[in-house]
Design a binder for this molecule. Structure first.
Ligand SMILES: *Cc1c(COP(=O)(O)O)cnc(C)c1O
Length: 437
């Protein structure tokens, strides 16, 4: 087994005999998670002064600390204040600043929750919080309000409530397991849970969102892979934010998952002073695709409490997308999204490529700034669609109810519905007309 210098150094300072022989045992990593400032100082050799200690203690009283020895070993101790791993794992007094615009539950996940553990926001898919535990407490966690709250796994009874809800909700075809980290469940519990969900006839796919490949890659064991393999199609999304997180160990974990046949995606969060740089982001994305991980989302940092120091203007995200689109492989670039405060879901945002248009031409610009003209067809017979698929000449061969109804903006574009505007509730102008309620 090969261990790098940093891993050896951390292990040599750990005050028990097991040390390096156990380094790759994920349960050992969890048992030895660094949960105090003192332990952090002892293992890294970094020393804080008295004032820093007072502030850090306040911070960790509100938002607890937990770092795996493995993730700790990635910190550059000599330059830790600028280190992206340190910033994601350790935190500081900035977290105690709460701005008025920040919210405890910015995405209204609790409000959109029909039963405990389920967030049902989109028509055909649900988020299922199956674990309260994480291997490492990310300082930028969107569910920061809950971190370390109940450091326990929900009981089978609690999970059964969620399973029942999915069983009774036939629209749900996609179940996204989240948490905490679903891979913090034991092999047995995970096996049971996946088996229950996969037996529900209307569930077509299951997804797992996990940061384990980044912070505890040794959790990906042959046994785990053999369990997960039983529940294909299973999609796995992980959460790398910086190229420094792609190490020999995390590459091995990703290779095992990819060889297991699971489509792999990555969701990054745009974080000030961590990855808010087109070059860092591009390096990360290139490393991901080299390891068979398809970048999925780049998130604008949420309006959660204690995250203001991580937030960037949206313009930074657009600038990064500008540096990617056209400049690198199409499948290396994520979709940049803003999760709407209040629970509106993810909103994709991009630079503008359409510059202007008339009735027969569209003027576009490319990534180089070249302006081009797309001539539209002289005649295009718009097919009027009243959603009566029986008389249509297009071959759809599908007549399911869920396909029939247009929703949202789609409804405004449709022919079969004469709605011409969508008006927010309590619109004063319409209220004056007496039309709103
Ligand atoms: C992100 C999210 C999903 C999944 O969204 P996709 O765009 O399909 O990946 C589902 N439910 C909730 C509540 C979410 O936040």
């Amino acid at each position: 087994m090969i261990y790098d210098k940093e891993q050896k150094e951390i292990a040599s300072r750990m005050d028990n005999k097991s040390k390096l022989t156990n380094w790759k045992d994920w349960k050992w990593q969890l048992r030895h998670a660094i949960r105090s400032m003192e332990k952090f100082e002892q293992l890294t050799g970094i020393k804080f002064d008295d004032k820093e200690r007072v502030n850090l203690r306040k911070t960790f009283d509100k938002f607890p600390l937990s770092i795996t020895p493995y993730y700790l070993s990635l910190i550059d101790k000599k330059n830790y204040k600028n280190d992206p791993v340190f910033k994601q794992a350790f935190g500081g007094i900035e977290e105690l600043t709460t701005l008025q615009s920040e919210l405890e539950d910015p995405l209204s996940e609790d409000k959109d929750s029909p039963v405990e553990g389920i967030t049902h926001r989109y028509p055909d898919r649900v988020l299922f919080h199956v674990s309260n535990i994480c291997a490492m407490y990310c300082r930028h966690c969107t569910r920061k309000r809950k971190v370390g709250d109940i450091d326990s796994v929900p009981s089978k009874d609690q999970l059964n409530q969620g399973i029942e809800y999915i069983k009774n909700t036939p629209q749900v075809r996609d179940v996204l397991l989240s948490g905490g980290d679903p891979l913090m469940l034991t092999d047995e519990k995970l096996d049971w849970l996946l088996s229950e969900i996969s037996q529900i006839p209307h569930v077509e796919i299951i997804r797992i969102g996990t940061r384990v490949p980044v912070v505890l890659p040794y959790r990906i064991t042959d046994k785990l892979i053999s369990i997960l393999k039983k529940y294909q199609p299973l999609w796995i999304n992980t959460h790398f934010n910086h190229p420094n997180e792609i190490t020999t160990s995390s590459k091995e974990a990703l290779a095992m998952l990819a060889d297991g046949g699971f489509p792999l995606g990555n969701q990054s969060v745009l974080l000030a002073d961590v990855n808010d740089c087109p070059r860092i982001m591009k390096t990360l994305l290139h490393k991901l695709i080299q390891n068979r991980v398809r970048p999925y989302y780049l998130y604008q940092c949420d309006l959660s409490e204690g995250l203001s120091h991580f937030r960037t203007p949206i313009g930074k995200g657009i600038e990064i997308m500008e540096s990617l689109i056209g400049h690198t492989s199409g499948f290396a670039r994520p979709t940049y999204v803003i999760d709407a405060p209040g629970g509106g879901g993810k909103i994709p945002v991009m630079p503008n490529y359409i510059i202007s248009w008339s009735t027969n031409k569209v003027i576009l610009r490319n990534y180089e700034g070249v302006i081009t003209t797309y001539k539209e067809p002289d005649s295009y017979e718009a097919r009027v669609c009243d959603r009566d698929c029986d008389i249509c000449t297009l071959d759809l061969n599908l007549n399911e109810d869920s396909e029939m109804e247009a929703v949202g903006i789609e409804k405004l574009l449709s022919d079969h519905d004469d709605t011409i505007s969508l008006v927010p509730e309590h619109n004063d102008r319409l209220h004056r007309r007496g039309e709103n309620e």
